[in-house]
Design a protein around this ligand. Structure first.
Ligand SMILES: *Cc1c(COP(=O)(O)O)cnc(C)c1O
Length: 424
């Protein structure tokens, strides 16, 4: 049985059928912005392995950090123990984050960091003698991960509510942000949101949202004023604000964090994906001192979470090297250059009959089609064009590594234009 056949019969892939799986491509190695398939085909990567590999693959600085750490200590429990890699990564994170975020919880994945954020919010209000404040308010079209509490705040229509409806905690959903990032703000869109705060603030622990760009829930880019108004409403109605920056963090939207666009400081922030530059699974939930101290005032007096691989030294060491690269500050220019080029080159897709919308923000380019596309067919065409792009539903989108060259990026946009032309 060859690899592809074994894989087909025995291995689950993300959101894939066991009986009729989409075709898989075997990757043998990756370097810079290039994935090399087992048959030698080279593909330019448009996905950064889902927002993560911002520095490109097989990066000498990240490799060296991993090698050094593995020869020192790959892992040690975090209960009753601390270590230099955890100290270093936390120091760097706090220096990068807006003032007011003070305490770092090192979680094992993005979804877990969302669970941790939700537990923090719920435990905070319980400790403040308001256990009735245990629900979350979330804008529609959000995506926050695949674990249960995270799923409960994902979009109730395109998320996983239909399958797990009986199991998910009912949450409160606000209309999704309507004004586009670049358009003129329309304050009217807050009216239904204000109404929800009025009706539900007594039972709301927190608002959870993705600042400025909603990722897997629709790749929507929205006006920063929505974020600003959410912060104001949270303050007014005594509700915590959780910013899920797992996708938007570390420069992707053109600011270091999405919340920087609106000068908003959340009470709790979730970070992941690019945190380790796409090397290892690690995320962080960072909260304010107010939240941290508030949690510990009440019974049981401690924050109730502690995964086995918490603060994994190997992941911390690589994250540390990744943050050092971010702090060298080449990314702002790289992201602006990618944004300018995406705007120029993807706009041609607007002329195609099957295309509904083209949108770009930072190093993110999205082409939305009128109808859902045949992912397997599309992917085949992309591979023929020498690029790795993974569409879903009506969305063909790219968020390439920041180190992509203009020539490589043109290969991606050319492939999108020509593939969509083929399907028009
Ligand atoms: C990917 C993502 C998550 C989940 O992270 P995992 O590491 O896949 O668990 C949560 N929120 C947002 C905004 C994401 O993009």
């Amino acid at each position: 049985m060859n690899n592809i056949e074994f894989d087909r019969q025995h291995i689950w892939h993300p959101y894939t059928s066991a009986t009729n799986p989409l075709p898989c491509y075997e990757v043998a190695s990756a370097k810079g912005v290039t994935l090399t398939l087992a048959d030698g085909t080279e593909l330019i990567d448009g996905m950064s392995s889902w927002w993560a590999a911002v520095h490109g693959y097989n990066h000498p600085a990240l490799n060296s950090a991993a090698h050094q750490q593995i020869d020192t200590m790959s892992h040690v429990m975090f209960g009753g123990i601390t270590h230099q890699p955890a100290i270093d990564v936390s120091k760097q994170l706090l220096a990068m984050l807006p003032d007011g975020l003070d305490r770092v919880f090192l979680a094992d994945s993005g979804s877990v960091s969302v669970e941790v954020a939700i537990k923090m919010a719920v435990q905070y209000w319980a400790a403040q003698g308001q256990p009735n404040k245990h629900k979350l308010l979330s804008p529609r079209n959000g995506y926050h991960g695949d674990t249960f509490a995270a799923m409960s705040v994902c979009d109730p229509v395109n998320g996983m509510h239909s399958v797990f409806n009986q199991v998910l905690k009912p949450q409160i959903f606000a209309p999704s942000p309507q004004t586009r990032f670049e358009s003129t703000w329309n304050e009217d869109e807050m009216l239904p949101v204000i109404e929800l705060f009025e009706q539900h603030h007594h039972e709301l622990a927190a608002v959870i949202l993705e600042p400025v760009v909603q990722g897997a829930g629709g790749m929507r880019m929205y006006h920063k004023q929505y974020l600003k108004r959410m912060r104001q409403l949270c303050d007014e109605y005594n509700v915590l604000l959780i910013c899920d920056e797992i996708a938007t963090g570390f420069g992707r939207t053109g600011q270091l964090f999405g919340c920087n666009h609106a000068d908003v400081v959340p009470d709790i922030i979730c970070l992941g994906k690019a945190l380790t530059g796409g090397y290892l699974t690690m995320a962080a939930t960072v909260c304010s001192n107010d939240v941290a101290l508030g949690i510990c005032e009440g019974s049981p007096g401690v924050f109730m979470h502690g995964p086995t691989y918490m603060g994994n030294p190997l992941a911390c060491a690589v994250a540390n090297a990744s943050l050092t690269l971010i702090n060298q500050n080449h990314w702002p220019q790289q992201v602006v250059q990618i944004e300018t080029q995406l705007n120029a080159e993807l706009s041609e897709c607007r002329g195609l009959s099957i295309v509904k919308d083209v949108r770009v923000l930072g190093a993110i380019g999205v082409v939305e089609t009128q109808q859902a596309l045949d992912v397997a067919q599309l992917q085949k065409h992309f591979v023929k064009h020498g690029v790795w792009i993974r569409p879903f539903g009506k969305l063909v989108y790219i968020m390439p590594p920041y180190v992509i060259t203009p020539q490589q990026l043109s290969r991606l946009t050319y492939a999108i234009l020509h593939t969509l032309k083929h399907f028009s």
